[in-house]
Design a protein around this ligand. Structure first.
Ligand code: NAD
Length: 254
């Protein structure tokens, strides 16, 4: 008999920043296990969102694209309300949208700092709030926040980025204990270096460093991050909340 505890048939999943990279892989993976997927992202990337939806539909699922800039807080609740009106529920939220600024901490400007926090941390919180407003009055739900392996294994010249990701882990634990009684599980996933457009500019020195430092000796593929996200969205992880699951090829264990 098939084990249905990893399936999400009849559930609606919202993924932010879903046009490429890890977000795209999460959207495709959630679609594969039966969820209807709200594929959200920046309006100027709408063609990417449509392509992800088409791929989910071709694979036998259902998805719709929605413009959502998570740094524009005033647009978040109206967009979640629109998704609800179109898809009927919000059962899973994957807060994936993220940006980073690399560079010496002595040179980071206030606007760079604010931009990274606005997308990564503030955007994540207000998407959690908008989703939980629905989940708390229905059958609960699952929120998965994409943090980073760097929260536990810091690297130089990434102060704004790592601070935002540390904030996401603290936020995840806080909301997990606050919303547990409403049936909302809140977890984070901490990817190690992953092959996405975000890391495409990494030079051969950076790639050699990953090879030398990572126990598995390579970057991850986006699907290797997406599958644990599906696990945390599924009935199979019914007793897990407030956890930061490292998906880093053993980096933080070594
Ligand atoms: P990526 O740059 O390929 O994708 C990021 C996505 O976020 C893009 O689709 C982009 O359009 C979207 N985005 C940016 N600003 C947005 C906004 N204001 N509103 C909505 N969407 C916005 O990066 P990725 O590597 O796929 O990263 C996805 C997540 O994984 C990020 O949160 C990132 O910090 C995290 N992460 C990545 C790695 C890695 O090595 N790639 C490692 C650890 C964590």
């Amino acid at each position: 008999m098939a084990d249905d505890s990893f399936r999400l048939d009849g559930k609606v999943a919202v993924v932010t920043g879903a046009g490429q990279g890890i977000g795209q892989a999460c959207a495709l993976a959630l679609g594969r296990v039966g969820a209807t997927v709200a594929v959200t992202g920046l309006n100027n990337r709408f063609a990417d969102l449509d392509k992800v939806c088409a791929d989910i539909v071709t694979a036998g699922g259902w998805a719709e694209a929605f413009a959502l800039d998570v740094s524009d807080v005033s647009s978040i609740k109206p967009t979640f309300d629109f998704i609800l009106s179109k898809l009927g529920s919000i059962d899973v939220l994957v807060n994936n949208a993220g940006v980073r600024v690399n560079g010496p901490s002595l040179g980071i400007s206030e606007s760079e700092w604010d931009w990274v926090q606005a997308v990564n941390l503030k955007g994540t919180f207000f998407c959690c709030q908008a989703a939980a407003a629905h989940m708390s009055t229905h059958d609960g739900g699952r929120i998965i926040n994409i943090a980073s392996q760097m929260v536990d294994s810091a690297a130089p010249e990434r102060a704004a980025y790592i601070a935002s990701k540390g904030g996401i882990v603290a936020l995840t634990k806080t909301l997990a204990v606050e919303w547990a009684h409403q049936g909302i599980q809140v977890n984070a996933v901490g990817p190690g270096p992953t092959n996405t457009p975000m890391t495409a500019s990494a030079d051969s020195t950076a790639s050699a460093q990953v090879q030398a430092r990572s126990p598995i000796g390579r970057r991850l593929e986006p699907s290797e991050v997406a599958n644990p996200v599906v696990f945390l969205a599924s009935p199979a992880s019914g007793a897990i909340t407030g956890h930061h699951l490292m998906v880093d090829g053993g980096w933080t264990a070594s």
